[in-house]
Unconditional design. Structure first.
Ligand code: HEC
Ligand code: HEC
Length: 144
């Protein structure tokens, strides 16, 4: 396929913007409301994390298990990861926590590593806590 030049792409993009109906900011309501980005948002209700002894059931095989405890005090930054204080290979026994999954030690080429693959550093990319809330949209998903 012939590549489009940058100018053609820019022209196309402009055309799309011009053709779309003017977006109304007030139609979009996020957790911080429809306040201007420069304005301070109202505080929103922090949801209480649900707990489940033994963990929550998985909805399908290989689903990243959801987190059955509160993580408000956990920190995942470029320098630290407090989840590994309990789930890491050196700590899980002492903390009586499940060890990070075997897949977390495999790199993109399928090679098994001695330490966790750093692609797994940001746990909450895949693992999320649960809250007892009304779904935002109707959902008929059933799981296994
Ligand atoms: C103070 C120790 C501790 C810390 C810190 C901690 N966890 Fe846990 N976690 C546990 C324990 C203990 C369980 C098992 C609870 C149970 O099954 O009753 C658990 C369960 C889980 C599970 C469920 C596993 C399964 O197979 O169902 C996931 C996922 C998880 N934690 C992820 C995290 C993530 C992500 C973080 C950081 C944001 C974190 N945990 C921080 C102790 C901890
Ligand atoms: C790219 C997605 C991804 C990331 C990032 C990730 N996980 Fe997982 N995790 C999974 C999947 C999928 C599973 C289920 C398959 C398995 O056990 O390997 C899993 C399984 C687990 C389990 C359960 C293991 C078992 O034997 O039941 C724990 C505990 C866990 N992860 C903790 C963590 C922690 C802590 C981090 C961050 C250091 C993390 N995970 C990062 C996807 C991820």
């Amino acid at each position: 396929m012939k590549l489009l030049s940058k100018t053609t792409l820019a022209a196309l993009a402009l055309g799309i913007v011009a053709a779309a109906p003017a977006a109304r900011a007030t139609d979009v309501v996020s957790l911080r409301g429809d306040k201007a980005l420069t304005a301070e948002s109202d505080a929103f209700d922090r949801k209480r994390a649900m707990t489940a002894s033994g963990g929550f059931d998985r909805a399908w095989d290989l689903q990243p298990p959801t987190i059955p405890h509160n993580i408000d005090n956990d920190r995942i930054t470029i320098r630290e990861n407090t989840c590994l204080n309990c789930h890491g290979p050196e700590t899980f026994k002492k903390e009586k926590a499940p060890r990070i999954g075997d897949s977390h030690f495999v790199d993109a080429d399928g090679k098994v590593l001695e330490t966790m693959n750093q692609r797994r550093h940001f746990c909450s990319q895949c693992h999320v806590p649960q809250a007892d809330v009304k779904p935002l949209v109707e959902n008929t998903f059933g799981g296994n």
